[in-house]
Design a protein. Structure first.
Length: 319
């Protein structure tokens, strides 16, 4: 039953996230919001809606290990798992200038996480710092793209265009948004019940389940958008979606979660997972700055690296 709960929860979260993004894009188009802003905020951050709802619910329910593990695990999975799959579909040749700002932001957010969890917990003051940093990033991003014609502007517009199937009428737009929100809330509750049940049954810490099972389940919208972009050979959009999602995961989701409820940090995240997250972020920054092409063998190495990470999560660091 717990496995069924997890599968049902992941399905509801995925469908709900897709409906919310498409409905929000339709509403933005009707309200005259620029494709640039739609791509940056609605698509880039909207794919993190499942992580947001799951982590907020976990924080409110007193499950900080899942709340934090979901974010850290999703960021690791987005780079190693999602980017690895995309590179296997098609070699990832990107325009570094279009993505450098967001890649630097992801690394800076990862370093900020390391600094703020140094006291073994994320409190409301830390939440304020995360949210202030997110606000500063959004202002910087919009200003640089709106008034300076930054190279990333075209990439974010392409990100909004990637989802061509959006509701056409006002009624279907409202239905898509409301249905998406309801499915996200229901899916998060069902997923948490199943995840906690599996952790209890196998005697695995909730942090491990949050870092792996829950994190992968909530990352399916990122996987979907990035895979679609990779199939269409839009490598910049695939990588840009991952960068936007990872930024919002750390600054937005942890900010909101810790604001609602102070979150103690599991020792294994301090010893192991935060360093894997930082290492993966630095790799992505290096890849973009060198302007290299991420080949299929390298994509295979990323996937193998994720496999090793999951294996270590349940063996060496599974206690």
């Amino acid at each position: 039953m717990n496995i069924l709960f997890v599968l049902l929860g992941i399905t509801l979260l995925t469908v709900g996230g897709e409906a919310l993004i498409r409905g929000s894009l339709s509403a933005a188009k009707r309200l005259g919001v620029s494709p640039l802003l739609s791509g940056l905020v609605i698509v880039g951050f909207g794919t993190s809606a499942p992580e947001l709802v799951v982590s907020v619910n976990a924080a409110i329910d007193g499950q900080p290990d899942i709340a934090i593990g979901n974010v850290v695990g999703s960021n690791i999975g987005n780079i190693l798992l999602v980017l690895g799959i995309c590179a296997l579909i098609t070699p990832m040749a990107v325009k570094p200038l279009a993505l450098k700002r967001d890649a630097v932001t992801v690394v800076a957010a990862s370093v900020l996480f390391l600094v703020l969890v140094g006291g073994d917990a994320l409190g409301r003051a830390d939440a304020g710092i995360f949210l202030a940093a997110l606000g500063a990033y959004l202002v910087w991003a919009y200003w640089s793209e709106r008034f300076r014609a930054a190279p990333s502007g075209a990439m974010h517009q392409a990100e909004a265009d990637e989802l061509s199937s959006i509701p056409k009428s006002v009624l279907w737009t409202v239905i898509a948004v409301l249905l998406g929100l309801l499915l996200l809330i229901a899916g998060s509750q069902v997923l948490l019940v199943g995840a906690v049940g599996i952790a209890g049954h196998f005697g695995v810490p909730e942090a491990v389940i949050g870092l792996t099972l829950v994190a992968v389940g909530t990352s399916l919208p990122e996987l979907s958008i990035s895979v679609i972009a990779a199939i269409r050979r839009h490598a910049d959009v695939a990588v840009g979606n991952i960068l936007g999602s990872n930024t919002f995961n750390l600054l937005g989701i942890l900010g909101v979660s810790a604001l609602l409820q102070p979150l103690p940090v599991h020792p294994r995240i301090l010893q192991f997972d935060q360093w894997v997250m930082l290492g993966a972020s630095l790799f992505l920054l290096l890849f973009l700055y060198t302007g290299r092409r991420l080949s299929r063998p390298e994509g295979g190495l990323l996937l193998a690296g994720y496999g090793v990470y999951v294996w270590l999560s349940f063996t060496v660091f599974g206690g």
